[in-house]
Design a binder for this molecule. Structure first.
Ligand code: SAM
Length: 268
């Protein structure tokens, strides 16, 4: 996969690109990531990339020219071609007004061959970029950041770890919070600790006794069926407590529903 990032602060990405799975994916040739400095596409002496908003008001707006020029040099399909079914490319504008990014969209993007991430700054980006150049606007949450760089780093990380081969043990990405895989959806509670759209179950490691805080006994005893049931129950408990909204879209089996009813009874 090739990922291009357009930004006025290219150095911002030194950290996010140089560690962990994102770094390993690049080294393994699974992802090629290129950061483009938008100022290189400004033609005046001061390398101006922003201007005052038409109609007046606060702050500055990122100009369309450097962004259009940068993307036109990237050798990607036109917007209409990208939007046509089957095209494996997407140009994403980071925006607080975009669709909320989630694990499902991360999976969708990980299946593409090319992603371009446009980072806004100041009061935002000239609207013509969103309307005529990008094919989607994504927000990483309901809050306003000062720039799209953090959002791009979040998307980059979430997408890269879903590229086949990027994570050492691929099964682990199928079992994580929010993830619904076909086999898990079909299996519901019977599948081995797949998340099925729930939050992940709690994880523990050695020592079994840390300052008197014990690891749940069931995990130490090693009965696989008991462990599976415990993990499922704790995942359901955590989801009910922290993100009850996820239960509606989760792939729940009969055993899950019974467990949920029991948990709700106990909490009543
Ligand atoms: N005036 C804009 C608004 O109220 O929606 C906010 C602009 S923000 C200060 C500057 C840039 O940060 C945006 O153009 C966008 O690229 C990025 N940004 C801010 N919040 C974001 C979010 N929640 N998700 C993704 N990008 C965000």
């Amino acid at each position: 996969m090739k990922i291009d990032i357009l930004t006025i602060f290219p150095d911002f990405f030194r950290g996010p690109l140089d560690y962990g799975i994102v770094r390993r994916a690049q080294e393994a040739g699974l992802a090629t990531i290129e950061v483009h400095d938008l100022r290189a596409f400004a033609h005046d002496r001061h390398r101006t990339v922003d201007d005052r908003p038409f109609g007046g008001g606060e702050g500055m707006v990122l100009k369309p020219e450097p962004i259009f020029e940068c993307i036109e040099g990237l050798d990607i399909h036109s917007r209409s071609d990208r939007l046509a079914a089957g095209r494996k490319q997407s140009v994403v504008l980071l925006s607080a007004q975009g669709r909320r990014f989630d694990q499902g969209i991360a999976g969708e993007l990980a299946a593409l061959e090319r992603i371009v991430l446009i980072c806004g700054r100041y009061e935002g980006v000239d609207e013509r970029v969103g309307q005529h150049l990008a094919d989607r606007e994504l927000s990483i949450g309901d809050y306003v950041l000062s720039g799209g760089e953090l959002g791009a780093a979040v998307i980059l990380d979430a997408v890269t770890r879903l590229i086949p081969g990027a994570v050492g043990n691929e099964a682990s990405t199928r079992q994580e919070s929010f993830t619904v895989t076909a086999s898990v959806a079909a299996g519901g509670a019977n599948s081995t600790c797949g998340s099925s759209g729930l939050l992940d179950y709690p994880h523990y490691t050695r020592p079994a006794d840390f300052r008197g805080l014990q690891v749940p006994e069931v995990l130490v005893l090693g009965n696989h069926e008991e462990i599976r049931r415990w993990r499922r129950r704790t995942a359901l408990e955590k989801t009910l407590r922290n993100r009850p909204d996820l239960l509606e879209g989760a792939a729940l089996g009969d055993e899950d529903r019974k467990l949920l009813a029991r948990i709700a009874d106990e909490q009543a």
